[in-house]
Design a protein. Sequence first.
Length: 61
Amino acid sequence: MSTISFKGNWHEVAGKIKQKYADLTDDDLLFVKGKEEELLGRLQKKLGKTKDEILHLIEKM
């Protein structure tokens, strides 16, 4: 199971991701502790990227 790690507040990170990918909704970026895989799955489906690419994107925000 992958662990999502990021610097700062998730709301700030989600805002930056949403600015970069305008087609994402608040529901797509909903983060619930313990449901990281669900978030990654939603982002993979919406962005057409691999899990590793999504994790890298989140970590560098």
